[in-house]
Write a protein that binds this ligand. Structure first.
Ligand code: MG
Length: 412
């Protein structure tokens, strides 16, 4: 296994050349009405001396955005949904707050740090724009890396934009990797809570209903799509692809371990067998604050867990038979090219269909396998347009997929 490059092309993961110090970070919060966005605004309210909300963007929750705008007085706001954008323009007429596009909100001149907390591949275009514009990218949207990670990183390298992961496992890896030399690494481990279906048999997982799949034991506030993705473990598979791009690690160098307590978020395995673990309360405000404040560390919103307060920590291998989505993601990563974009696009539709009651959870991996099996793409890294075209193709195929189309003898 080889770590071909290193974050920002350096040999040692270390504090990047940032203007450290107690200056004000002016942030764009894209996806401000979702769970990560609301957590970010909570941090902005707690640290008014360090965070200023410069822009806000939502999909279509106009009331949620306006409430946040009233509180934080941003320079500009956006709604991705055209109808919602028109509503916003009407409601903010004469207020002095500009209504702009989501891409403009991501790259607005008064923004230093763009938090992309949009759900799904819809986050790709604004993330790309922020990277091109040289903003610090606090990236909660794993789909941008899954669909077009190489292109996103190339744009960031060209503009000097820093990409800091908000996904808790990747933020944990980034923290644990500080000062570690590339040659000293053996493996990166992502922990998985196991999701709502942990410990269930393959048959029980396959038969699960939306009600069961939406009951997350340790991260109850997450959005619906990601919660279902934790129930299939596809979320962890997408995170493997995300880690591949962020840390330039091959698929073989990234492992997944089930850790039901969700206290240890990431483990760095060194060449001498040492394990560096990053642990904290499962609270998304911690990785968000880390990405916004890096290299500083702020006091946590809730008291930290002292070593004596830690629960008994368990680590188990994932059940790859009950959760075939994990290996589908590894396969897509190894196939390269547009396969990861196809996997994600198909999953967004599969999860929506599952939540609409069209089929049980076990049909999600079947659908993904079928769409990936139909996909013919090169191994070249897709640019933005190619990634979006692959995503659109996958959505079409996923929408057309019928359970009866499953070939007899196909896996599960
Ligand atoms: Mg995560």
């Amino acid at each position: 296994m080889s770590f071909v490059r290193w974050l920002n092309g350096r040999d040692t993961m270390t504090t990047m050349d940032l203007q450290a110090g107690a200056h004000l970070h002016r942030i764009a919060v894209l996806g401000c009405t979702g769970s990560i966005g609301r957590d970010a605004l909570d941090l902005a309210a707690r640290h008014p001396d360090r965070l200023r909300v410069a822009t806000l963007a939502c999909n279509r929750d106009v009331d949620g955005l306006l409430a946040a705008a009233e509180r934080f007085r941003p320079d500009a706001v956006a709604a991705a949904d055209p109808w919602a954008a028109a509503m916003l323009a009407g409601r903010l007429d004469g207020s002095g707050v500009k209504v702009v596009s989501v891409v403009d909100a991501a790259t607005w001149p008064t923004v230093d740090v763009t938090l992309v907390a949009i759900s799904g591949v819809a986050g790709l275009r604004p993330a790309m724009a922020a990277a091109e514009a040289g903003k610090r990218l606090a990236l909660a949207n794993k789909e941008s890396l899954v669909a077009a990670g190489a292109t996103l990183l190339r744009h960031a390298q060209q503009s000097g934009a820093e990409i800091l992961p908000v996904d808790s496992e990747h933020a944990g890896l980034f923290a644990a990797l500080q000062g570690v030399r590339r040659g000293s690494l053996r493996r990166l481990w992502l922990t998985a809570s196991g999701g709502p279906m942990r410990g269930c048999t393959a048959a029980e997982v396959a038969a699960a209903t939306p009600e069961l799949a939406l009951r997350h034991p340790t991260w109850p506030a997450m959005g619906r799509r990601i919660t279902v993705d934790t129930a299939t473990l596809l979320n962890k598979g997408l995170e493997v692809i995300e880690a591949h791009h962020l840390f330039h690690a091959d698929a073989d160098a990234i492992g997944v371990v089930v850790h039901p307590q969700s206290v240890v978020h990431a483990i760095v395995e060194l060449a001498d067998g040492s394990l560096l673990m990053q642990a904290s309360r499962p609270d998304m405000r911690l990785p968000i604050a880390f990405a916004l404040a890096y290299p500083e560390r702020w006091a946590p919103p809730e008291p930290a867990i002292p070593p004596t307060g830690l629960p008994d920590l368990q680590f188990q291998p994932p059940d790859r038979e009950a959760f075939p989505c994990l290996d589908l993601a590894y396969a897509a990563l190894r196939a390269g090219g547009t396969a990861p974009a196809v996997l994600n696009g198909a999953d967004e539709v599969a999860v929506a269909r599952f939540l609409a009651g069209e089929f049980p959870l076990g049909h999600v991996p079947r659908l993904l396998e079928a769409v990936l099996g139909q996909h013919r793409g090169g191994a070249g890294e897709p640019d933005l347009d190619e990634a979006l075209a692959a995503d659109a193709w996958a959505r079409e195929r996923a929408a057309a997929w019928r359970p009866s189309a499953v070939v007899r003898g196909a896996r599960r």
